[in-house]
Design a protein around this ligand. Sequence first.
Ligand code: HEC
Ligand code: HEC
Length: 318
Amino acid sequence: MTEHVKLKGWLVVPTAACLLGALAMSRARTHAKPSRPAPPHTPIVTPVEGPSNFHRLGIVFGSSAMGSTGVWGPTPESYKAPPVDFTSSQTLGRPAVLSGGEIYRLSCEACHKADGNGAPPEIPAVIGPVQATSALFMERRMKERGHPISAAFARELASGSQKDLLARLKNGGQKMPAFGYLTPAEIHALIGYLDKLAGVPGDGKAFTVTEPSARVGELLVKGTCHICHDATGPWPSPEEFLQGSIPPIAGFTSRKTLPELVWKVRHGAPVVMGPLQLEYRGRMPVFDYLTDDEVASAYLYLMTYPPGETADGSGARQ
Ligand code: HEC
Ligand code: HEC
């Protein structure tokens, strides 16, 4: 794989060694056919595939708050390229301990924002539906409003809301993508965090899951990048870029080095567009709440699980 060579050039030796080990291991896993279903706490990493959420819905970029952080990249004049000695951390490629808050950040924050309030009316807050999953919360609220309900009825309401929340995650909504790939352990951790965010009385425990590095990248790519970017397709020409084309995820690792991808996502980078191939300020929002390692994990994931790796191999590589 030529990509190995390219990756190695960018990482310090110990990181490269463990990264390549991880790549080799996850490669083996993609090809091995599991003979029985994995236990619920072990995520099965799969490639990202299909159209972006925008394409699925026929939404034009710029007309939706989904995926928009409101933070923009630098102008070509003020852009500072990644430092030549940029290395991602020593822990890249090793299993990562993810909290519910981190799962929220990778999967939900691009739409529902850090505080869970979303961008109404298009993106509703998660707070209310999460509060409704707590019997104690419902009982107190109805009492405050002068309509006291019995504890049993509160429990019934709460259990209905819990089912709704789980169904929402599994199936998505009209505009919201489905998160059926989250494991029960990930959902458990995520819900623990949502409770905290919504101020729901819980047992105060913070749940974490230990995941392979590629899984972190998978959650980020599927939960955030796939909102706007199709999995596969032709890379746009400079003219098409100028006309508003959004490039496919499948081209990220062949077009960008690992530091370039980290920079584009976390700090923003100008794009070369138009017939004169001039540099313009990017239209892509900047995701400054992500860490270097999370974006680097996405790079690792995309190298190991090329997007839309279909049976006939089409669209897997640019
Ligand atoms: C691409 C944007 C997007 C992402 C990512 C996203 N959501 Fe949503 N969410 C929406 C939209 C839009 C709605 C409104 C219903 C619809 O149109 O699907 C919604 C609705 C909801 C609701 C129901 C709100 C209500 O008032 O009924 C909950 C709960 C929710 N999302 C939780 C989550 C969680 C948890 C995550 C992360 C795992 C998440 N969402 C990720 C866009 C998103
Ligand atoms: C809200 C929509 C949106 C989201 C979400 C998004 N992008 Fe983009 N991305 C764009 C647009 C628009 C462009 C076109 C170039 C530009 O204007 O910046 C782009 C371009 C790119 C490019 C090509 C830049 C170039 O110079 O050719 C890369 C690489 C990229 N995005 C990576 C990512 C990654 C990785 C994620 C997830 C962490 C992501 N994007 C999430 C909208 C988005």
